[in-house]
Design a protein around this ligand. Structure first.
Ligand code: DAH
Length: 354
């Protein structure tokens, strides 16, 4: 009897210690399996007298029932624990703050080009493109550049080693060659904008070897300088968002236009501050003019039938003025902090007045 009590305590403490189902099952086999200790004791009952069997048998049975119950209880406990552990492990903590993500920004150059396009769209302009690698004909000759023009020199233009059927290839120095391509490929009336990269052999605080321009070209019958003035005045007023912005068309020279002009806008520089709109000072903003008859002829158009005007705007320049960007070189430095500061979200809307 005393032995059974000791055995019972030993088994119960083993059950208590079992902290997983395998260990618990091993305890069950050790005591209640075919060769288990309790099973053995029950088999030995056959050797006892009837009286002994009665009392000892009852005690062993009580022990057996107690052990079975304890094992069953522990089993239920361990199974629940497994489920709870899994629930805890798999729990989704919705109180955690969201993982931060950073979205990209639209580069001020792309944004400014889009703005320019949006302003000209309602005036009937569509967008044309030309290659960055040009030939001498489109970049210079057809645009009426004289053979000795300085732009044809190595120090201004990046010439490439390969030639195009004996003609020198170069990185286009302006977007004006797109005018030639458009006039050769399309019948007037023509109203196009040609934004794109341009290249010049120049690098200092106000020049980078690659920069951007937007070219404009209008060809039709009876186009005159009044159309040019109206169109470009509308553009600068919309772009800078200032009604009645002072605009001046100052006579200038470009080989491909006659007459030629540069457009200045009114501004004021005072106490280190720069303001567009007021003041008695002028700031050059773009080049323009009536398309030269030699250019029309080079494209197969009759200057007696068709006239037109053209203009070219430096994208970096107008972006710097509008968005207060002071260092030209930062446009191309790929500094993410700069892009985050000066760049635009794709959700930023513009209506020509911001
Ligand atoms: N192509 C000129 C340049 O790069 C800019 C320009 C001036 C374009 C007058 C034009 C124009 O179309 O009419 O400096």
């Amino acid at each position: 009897m005393e032995n059974l009590d000791i055995l019972c305590k030993k088994i119960i403490s083993k059950i208590d210690e079992a902290d997983d189902l395998n260990t618990l099952n091993a305890v069950r086999i050790d005591y209640l399996g075919k060769k288990g200790e309790i099973t053995k004791l029950m088999k030995e009952l056959t050797n006892l007298t009837h009286e002994e069997k009665k009392s000892y048998g009852k005690n062993i049975n009580t022990l057996k029932v107690k052990v079975l119950d304890s094992i069953e209880n522990k089993k239920v406990y361990l199974e629940k624990k497994i489920i709870l552990d899994n629930i805890n492990k798999e729990r989704l903590d919705i109180t955690l703050p969201e993982r931060s993500y950073s979205s990209g920004h639209i580069h001020p150059i792309s944004h400014t080009i889009e703005e320019v396009i949006e302003i000209f769209k309602p005036m009937g302009f569509s967008v044309a493109e030309g290659p960055d690698i040009e030939d001498d004909f489109h970049n210079f000759t057809a645009l009426n550049f004289p053979p000795d023009h300085p732009a044809r020199e190595m120090h201004d233009t990046f010439f490439l080693n390969e030639s195009n059927n004996g003609e020198k290839l170069l990185m286009r120095t302006h977007t004006s060659p797109v005018q030639i391509r458009v006039m050769k490929d399309n019948e007037p009336p023509i109203r196009v904008l040609a934004p794109g990269r341009t290249y010049r052999c120049d690098y200092d605080i106000t020049h980078t070897p690659m920069f951007h321009q937007v070219e404009g070209l209008v060809i039709d019958k009876k186009v005159n300088m009044g159309h040019l003035k109206g169109c470009l005045t509308t553009f600068v007023e919309s772009f800078f968002g200032i009604n009645n912005l002072p605009v001046r068309f100052r006579p200038s020279y470009f080989p491909f236009t006659e007459p030629s002009a540069e457009v200045d806008i009114g501004c004021q520089r005072k106490d280190g501050e720069f303001k567009i709109g007021d003041g008695g000072e002028w700031l050059e903003i773009l080049g323009c003019g009536m398309v030269h008859h030699n250019v029309l002829k080079a494209c197969g158009l009759d200057p007696n039938e068709y006239q037109g005007f053209a203009f070219g705007v430096g994208v970096e320049r107008i972006a710097m003025l509008k968005y207060g960007i002071t260092d030209l070189r930062m446009f191309f430095d790929c500094d993410l902090r700069w892009i985050k500061h000066y760049g635009f979200s794709f959700l930023d809307k513009f209506d020509g007045n911001n």
